[in-house]
Write a protein that binds this ligand. Structure first.
Ligand code: ZN
Length: 118
């Protein structure tokens, strides 16, 4: 799903996305001429490799997220803004990027979690 910045209004518009990787439901709106806010719930099943023992395991993601996307470079103080340079908000690639960020964190399988918790 891709929407041009200039077509996004200040009123919340609902969206729903579903693909092989995740499902997501929420809304987006324009905060200012070049800043869009996306509020959504993210559901995904990620196959991860334990960083301790190498075992593959599934992590279920069920999270509420709030993202801001700027049209061009962002000069403000908010560090969580995703800068975008093609005047289009590409929801699939933004949400995929968030999932990649979650994946790149350290993850332990349940067994190793127990060990490190003792
Ligand atoms: Zn492990």
């Amino acid at each position: 799903m891709k929407i041009e910045f200039r077509k996004i209004s200040a009123h919340k518009s609902p969206f729903e996305l579903e693909n092989d990787l995740f499902s997501s439901k929420g809304s987006f709106r324009k905060l200012s001429a070049d800043l869009v806010e996306i509020d959504f719930a993210l559901n995904a099943q990620l196959l991860l490799v334990c960083d301790r023992c190498g075992q593959e395991h599934v992590l279920a993601i069920d999270e509420k997220m709030n993202l801001k996307v700027s049209d061009g470079s962002f000069e403000g103080e908010d560090l969580d803004v995703i800068e975008n340079y093609d005047h289009i908000v590409d929801f699939d690639s933004i949400i995929s990027g968030e999932i990649e960020a979650i994946k790149s964190d350290y993850h332990y399988c349940e067994k190793c979690n127990k060990i490190s918790g003792e």
